[in-house]
Design a protein around this ligand. Structure first.
Ligand SMILES: NC(=O)C1=CN([C@@H]2O[C@H](COP(=O)(O)OP(=O)(O)OC[C@H]3O[C@@H](n4cnc5c(N)ncnc54)[C@H](OP(=O)(O)O)[C@@H]3O)[C@@H](O)[C@H]2O)C=CC1
Ligand SMILES: O=C1CO[C@H](CO)[C@@H](O)[C@@H]1O
Length: 382
């Protein structure tokens, strides 16, 4: 058996995403399954080093997960030739600094979204990594959610006929922290720390829309900070300076209209924390994170508006569940496996830093639209 051992510097691994999605559910899960199989006699085996600023935190995490290498010295890890990949899930504002150091050290780059806080910076990083001839990628996890995979399958089959519109509803109630344990880090609600739901979520909507429905021509976005005060990790009240809700409409070049509501101030009365309803001339579907239900034209009830009587139609009964097509692995893990294969074999990996920059740009245009209170075109990223 030929084993390609790949050292991976995991910077920001002590954070929520770094620990749960990237270390435990991706890299550790890949190690536990015996690596990424290339053929019957060839395998890729990740060898992570957990990097951060608190040695105690890193050691505790390593012991919990069963990893041996930890370090608080990023430069020393970058100097080691066996560490071939630099992965970054630190705070968004920290990302360009770490990525640039790793480019200088000739490491392949994989990182969380958003890749930077401005499109200028995101594009510069994308250009620098290409100029250095390094493989690179950005997390676009929603593409591998089972619900969205099923939706894509319906699109590819032509189930919808002509797609007319898409309604994305994302969000849940995030407790203020006054009386409850925090669900999300407090920096998410402070603009000065690169927080805000537009920066956080619009980059997801960019790649979801582009990959499933088409290229975005223009948008309008209204943001809001509905909750002006929250309580931080230390239980101290702070002023919320970042948007916690966004109401955005995207017009695509092919005429499809997509409207996405994103909010941390809504209570959930839907099948999932993210639902996407797609309506087309021949059918409709509603995808959640894992499931997807569909209604074909032939099964569409004849609705008649009459608020004076109870409806004889049970609207929710007219949908069928799109069946599973096999086992759906963790979305982050699937993308990690594809990236590792890309690094070792050169296989295709289109989810590059350049693609990530498009997400940063869309969030930037959305913020501008909100500030200017008008529709804005989304220029092609050079
Ligand atoms: N793809 C997706 O679905 C999601 C992506 N994200 C993205 O992932 C990134 C991390 O988010 P999340 O895990 O929620 O954040 P956390 O606050 O939980 O984690 C932040 C990480 O960055 C480290 N860090 C914080 N400040 C500094 C600093 N000054 N210098 C160096 N390291 C620092 C922290 O280290 P320490 O432990 O020492 O404090 C920690 O490891 C963000 O860019 C976010 O946009 C977030 C949520 C979902
Ligand atoms: O995709 C995601 C799921 O939700 C979170 C927001 O509540 C985001 O931070 C994240 O990027």
């Amino acid at each position: 058996m030929k084993t390609h051992k790949i050292g991976i510097i995991m910077n920001g691994v002590t954070g929520r995403m770094g620990t749960n999605q990237h270390l435990i559910r991706s890299i550790k899960a890949i190690i536990d399954q015996g690596g990424v199989k290339l053929s019957d006699d060839e395998v890729i085996m990740p060898d992570p080093v957990l990097v951060g600023r608190s040695e105690a935190k890193l050691k505790a995490l390593a012991a919990r997960v069963g990893v041996t290498r930890v370090s608080t010295n990023l430069d020393a890890e970058l100097a080691k030739p066996d560490n071939q990949i630099y992965f970054d899930s630190t705070l968004t504002g920290q990302r360009p600094m770490g990525v640039r150091k790793a480019i200088a050290a000739k490491k392949h780059i994989y990182c969380e979204k958003p890749t930077a806080t401005t499109s200028k910076e995101a594009l510069a990083l994308a250009d620098e990594v290409v100029a250095a001839g390094l493989k690179n990628g950005v997390v676009q996890d929603k593409l591998w959610l089972p619900g969205l995979v099923k939706l894509k399958w319906l699109i590819d089959q032509g189930f919808f006929g002509k797609i007319l519109s898409v309604r994305g509803e994302f969000g849940y109630w995030v407790f203020t922290g006054e009386h409850e344990k925090l669900q999300r880090p407090s920096w998410n609600y402070r603009k000065e720390d690169d927080g805000g739901i537009i920066v956080d979520m619009v980059c997801h909507w960019q790649y979801v829309i582009q990959n499933l429905f088409g290229d975005i021509k223009s948008l309008t976005c209204l943001g809001a900070t509905h909750i002006p005060q929250r309580w931080d990790e230390a239980g101290k009240p702070y002023k919320c300076t970042a948007d916690d809700s966004a109401y955005a409409t995207f017009e695509l070049k092919n005429g499809v209209i997509c409207h996405f509501n994103s909010s941390w101030d809504v209570r959930v009365d839907r099948d999932d924390l993210l639902t996407l309803q797609v309506d087309g001339t021949h059918g409709s579907a509603v995808a959640g994170l894992r499931d997807c239900k569909a209604q074909a034209l032939a099964a569409t009830p004849r609705c008649v508006w009459n608020p004076d009587i109870d409806s004889s139609i049970k609207y929710k009964d007219g949908w069928v569940r799109v069946p599973d097509q096999g086992f759906y692995d963790n979305a982050f893990k699937i993308q990690w496996e594809l990236f590792l294969k890309h690094v070792v074999t050169g296989s295709a990996f289109p989810w590059s830093l350049h693609e990530g920059a498009k997400g940063v740009q869309l969030a930037e245009v959305a913020l501008d639209s909100w500030a200017q209170r008008r529709w804005l075109d989304v220029p092609a990223l050079k």
